[in-house]
Design a protein around this ligand. Structure first.
Ligand SMILES: CC(C)(COP(=O)(O)OP(=O)(O)OC[C@H]1O[C@@H](n2cnc3c(N)ncnc32)[C@H](O)[C@@H]1OP(=O)(O)O)[C@@H](O)C(=O)NCCC(=O)NCCS
Length: 253
């Protein structure tokens, strides 16, 4: 999808609202879904078309918050207006990549229920994921398609109340890695193994083709109870700084 190019009138982002991004750092911006129609003015034609296409209001609100936040943050770092941010052409369901002035930045976006998260770095490939923890037992039907045998065994020894959370933690670690590499779910999550949820996050093994040649670093992110969230970087480890995206969205006019 090639997103439209636009150089329309700048939208005002409050000065100093987005702190500078250091080379060894990754900014993680959290927000809630947004229904403020003014934010639509930040998006390009392709994004507005996708936004209109969602049947459910909640999907539209998650999409709007995520895409507006990406533009506001990336624009601030690249020294352009949010509307001037452009994406490189890519096939559908591919990793978002910037073109033009923002091309040296890497970005990843995720949304689940009431949480939207955007991660951005200077040139270090990254992937972020957030998921709401499902109801107890809901994970059972997904175990075979997401976890490898060792992971299923490790999950099986946990007390039942912990399992839904633990499954979600496995899931976000794996999806963060697969979003960092750009594979998404075109690589089956069972092909990669990660450490058990109660242990520090790391990639344990990757079977079959497409394993990244550079080191993979995995981090768990702090998020409110009822959610799990993880970040992965390829090549360099990064320090994480977390920020309030709600304030940024509501201050942007
Ligand atoms: C990436 C993927 C795992 C995201 O899953 P999800 O849990 O539904 O959604 P999340 O909220 O975690 O992330 C969504 C964001 O990931 C990003 N994304 C999409 N594909 C991506 C990829 N291959 N790599 C990295 N990031 C990707 C986009 O920014 C997307 O946001 P948007 O839809 O608002 O533009 C999934 O979309 C995927 O695997 N896509 C590629 C596989 C494919 O071709 N699927 C075909 C489905 S018809």
């Amino acid at each position: 999808v090639r997103c439209g190019v636009s150089d329309e009138a700048p939208q005002a982002v409050p000065p100093q609202a987005v702190p500078p991004l250091g080379a060894g750092c990754c900014q993680v911006w959290w927000s809630r879904p947004a229904e403020d129609a003014r934010l639509l003015g930040l998006l390009d034609d392709a994004e507005r078309t996708r936004h209109r296409g969602f049947l459910r209001e909640e999907d539209r609100a998650r999409f709007l918050a995520g895409h507006a936040l990406v533009r506001i943050v990336a624009a601030s770092h690249a020294g352009v207006t949010p509307r001037a941010i452009r994406y490189a052409a890519g096939p559908p369901h591919s990793k978002p990549r910037f073109a033009g002035r923002a091309a040296t930045f890497e970005v990843s976006l995720a949304h689940s229920a009431e949480r939207v998260v955007v991660a951005i770095s200077r040139g270090v490939e990254l992937g972020v994921d957030v998921e709401r923890v499902g109801a107890a037992g809901e994970e059972e039907s997904l175990l075979e398609s997401v976890l490898c045998a060792d992971e299923r065994r490790a999950l099986g020894v946990l007390a039942q109340p912990l399992r839904a959370w633990a499954f979600c933690r496995y899931w976000t670690r794996k999806e963060a890695i697969l979003k960092a590499t750009g594979h998404g779910l075109s690589v089956e999550p069972t092909r990669i193994a990660v450490t058990p949820p109660t242990q520090p996050p790391a990639l344990v093994s990757w079977s079959g083709p497409a394993r990244p040649t550079q080191a993979v670093h995995v981090y768990d992110l702090e998020v409110e109870a009822g959610y799990a969230a993880s970040l992965a970087t390829i090549g360099d480890p990064l320090e994480r700084c977390e920020h309030d995206g709600n304030a940024l969205l509501s201050a942007t006019r």
